[in-house]
Ligand binder design. Structure first.
Ligand code: PLP
Length: 390
């Protein structure tokens, strides 16, 4: 239409089309195997699915309390206590959200505003950049780089990223898309910076159960002096393979939860009731199922990594999540974006160019991300197809 100006507010321009939409459309168009998007192709624990059906059939269909169903808040508090030794009052220090995505968005919107800076580790989960922009704040990226087979950061670069306007730091571990599980030493470096500069940490722990080879997920809140300044976010989606349920939670000291609540009550007010009831059930009764998922994902990781190596990629074996970073240079390519766009035609497989998750795109130019939360036969077929690249 002639004369129509861009109606989108300037701070959200540039966030229009995501790489996932582009790549998934390509997958459908070309009949490719989609190892781009990170959702599982199998369902969560049956008793959890039953609990959701039960809730729907038995009157659980009206607005739950804004903070979440008490049974979910109690189950989350019990989980943080039993697994990590962290005590939270379910009445005032736990809050249910529409997935971790809303938990992170509400936290950032509540705690950072125009003129403030938020430190993130790049490559970063794509919602972080958009959420920080929505808040009118600015992001300060710290680059994760490969070193000794895994992605890590330089503590000096972290310190250099923090300035007088820094309000918060967003910490994602286990990290998507790098696959890194921060060690206690790495977390200590983050904690030291937070304490020294009086920063609030917002942690994204959605892969808290999905770690491999004995790598331990350590919540930042469990480090000295950190519980009082950490807003922890997690959700049912990845842990119980129900990414479509969008059921998450925030745990933090009461003043932070009140701040999050102030925003969250006007974004969605409440999260879906039946899913909350089912997630509460799963946190109490289905952690054995999660352990089986973890073991099976570790085997899928190895399956995909071997296949990618055989196809000529240099891979970084992740310690957590369900993504592998693959360096494309041994195959003679240099630009992951170009390769990702050509891969469906060349090999019938879809991957995500990691560079879209960086401000410093050159740091991630030669990586693509593959997901392995897929059936074995899907992984096998994908690596067979990728072997044609050489
Ligand atoms: C999937 C994912 C999320 C989103 O979680 P939801 O509960 O579906 O909103 C957040 N952070 C990371 C790193 C993820 O991979």
């Amino acid at each position: 239409m002639v004369g129509v100006v861009e109606p989108l507010v300037p701070r959200m321009q540039g966030f229009g089309t995501t790489i996932f939409a582009e790549m998934s459309a390509l997958a459908v168009e070309t009949g490719s195997i989609n190892l781009g998007q990170g959702f599982p192709d199998t369902d969560g624990p049956p008793s959890m699915l039953d609990a959701a059906v039960e809730a729907i059939r038995n009157g659980g269909n009206q607005y739950p309390p804004g903070p979440g169903l008490p049974e979910l808040r109690e189950a989350v508090a019990a989980q943080r206590r039993d697994r990590y030794g962290l005590e939270y009052d379910p009445a005032t220090e736990v809050y249910a959200t529409v997935g971790a995505t809303e938990g992170i968005a509400a936290s950032v919107l509540a705690l950072a505003g125009p003129g403030d800076e938020v430190v993130v580790f790049e490559p970063y989960y794509d919602s972080y950049a958009a959420t920080i922009a929505l808040a009118g704040a600015e992001r300060r990226p710290v680059t994760l780089r490969p070193s000794e087979g895994r992605f890590t950061f330089d503590p000096d670069e972290l310190r250099a990223a923090v300035g007088p306007r820094t309000k918060a730091i967003l910490v994602n571990s286990p990290h998507n898309p790098a696959g890194t599980v921060f060690t206690r030493g790495e977390l200590e470096a983050v904690a030291a910076v937070c304490r020294e500069h009086d920063l609030v940490a917002i942690t994204d722990e959605v892969y808290e159960y999905l770690t491999f080879d004995g790598a331990e997920h350590i919540p930042l809140a469990s480090l000295d002096g950190m519980r009082e300044r950490t807003v922890s976010v997690s959700s049912a989606g990845k842990t119980f393979s129900v990414t479509g349920w969008k059921t998450g939670w925030v745990t933090a000291p009461a003043p932070y939860v009140r701040a999050v609540q102030t925003v969250k009550q006007f974004t969605t007010y409440a999260a879906g009731g039946p899913w909350q009831r089912a997630a509460a059930h799963a946190l109490r009764h289905e952690l054995g199922w999660v352990e089986e998922l973890r073991v099976s994902l570790q085997a899928k990781r190895d399956r995909l990594v071997s296949g990618l190596e055989a196809a000529g990629f240099r891979t970084y074996r992740p310690q957590g999540t369900y993504f592998v970073q693959a360096d494309i240079r041994p195959l003679g390519f240099t630009d992951g974006m170009e390769l990702a766009r050509a891969l469906p035609e060349k090999a019938g497989v879809v991957a995500i160019p990691t560079q879209v998750f960086y401000d410093h795109r050159e740091a991630g130019a030669h990586f693509v991300r593959f997901a392995f939360c897929k059936k074995d036969e899907v992984i096998d077929e994908a690596v067979e197809r990728l072997a044609r690249l050489t």
